[in-house]
Ligand binder design. Structure first.
Ligand code: KIV
Length: 268
């Protein structure tokens, strides 16, 4: 398996990749060893996701992940990937107010993050703007919001109805206008994700959102076939390969050549 070099090392590179139409590859990472392998395979950005609640800690969702957990895992990932672009999730309710968001996002930056990710729609615009003004780049996570899974009654595709799609489109514009450095859109029909990606200037990373975005993100454990109940949009890249680094490299290759996600791995 031939290895790629990452095409993005900074947020500026991410914006350039969007302008040049080069698909970016993001993968979650929670520790130093796997972070190192992901970068060696050519992954552009590492996400220290609060999915660690499920895949590392065995919880039923992300709600129990604490700020201390996020800081700890961000430090580990930074140690394993000293020059990579690292994004860290703001855990549940850590961004409930502007003051608390500033305090906690600052803690993640001090732990080694280059950018923090906040879940929520237009209602989070004020927080995005305040953090950006404080020098903290923000990725705004829209579409399916895993921190609201109990309220939503499960992990469901969002934006299927006209009203819901219009709301998510409005969220994207509000957050981009507030200064978000990136958007991450989860589990929406491909056409909606593509429309948002065309309309906003900021780079859009998708998961379960089809091909029409600027880059893809997957949870590492899904890429390695470790999820006994994988959602429709994931692919086991380890199957048929002998080493984890080959699986990561196959994922990078499939995104860069636009062979992932295939149509059956997207929502219409
Ligand atoms: O926490 C996480 O890993 C995420 C991805 C699902 C995008 O937010």
């Amino acid at each position: 398996m031939s290895m790629h070099a990452p095409i993005a090392h900074s947020l500026r590179d991410v914006w350039t990749a969007k302008a040049e139409g080069r698909p970016m590859v993001m993968l979650t990472a929670y520790d130093a060893g796997f972070a190192q392998l992901a970068v060696a395979a050519g992954v552009d950005m590492l996400l220290v996701g609060d999915s660690l609640g499920m895949v590392v800690q065995g919880a039923r969702d992300t709600l129990s992940v604490s700020m201390a957990d996020m800081r700890y895992h961000t430090e580990l990932v930074r140690r394993g990937a000293p020059t990579a672009l690292v994004m860290a999730d703001m855990p549940f309710l850590s961004d409930a107010t502007v003051e608390s968001a500033r305090l906690h996002a600052g803690g993640l930056m001090q732990a080694g993050a280059d950018i923090v990710k906040i879940e929520g729609g237009a209602a989070k615009a004020e927080i995005v703007s305040a953090l950006t003004e404080s020098g903290i780049p923000v990725c705004a996570h829209i579409g399916l919001l895993p921190q609201r899974v109990r309220q939503l009654g499960g992990y469901r595709v969002q934006g299927r109805s006209e009203d819901d799609a219009a709301r998510i489109l409005a969220d994207a514009h509000a957050l981009a206008d507030a200064g978000a450095a990136m958007l991450l859109i989860e589990c929406v029909p491909s056409a909606l994700a593509e429309r948002i990606t065309r309309q906003v200037r900021v780079p859009v990373i998708g998961i379960g959102a089809g091909q029409g975005v600027d880059g893809q993100v997957l949870v590492m454990h899904d890429v390695l076939g470790m999820n006994p109940h994988p959602p429709r949009f994931v692919r086991d890249f380890l199957r048929g390969r002998g080493a984890v680094v080959d699986a990561f490299s196959a994922y990078v290759d499939a995104v860069r050549t636009r062979q992932f996600p295939a149509e059956h791995e997207s929502y219409a």
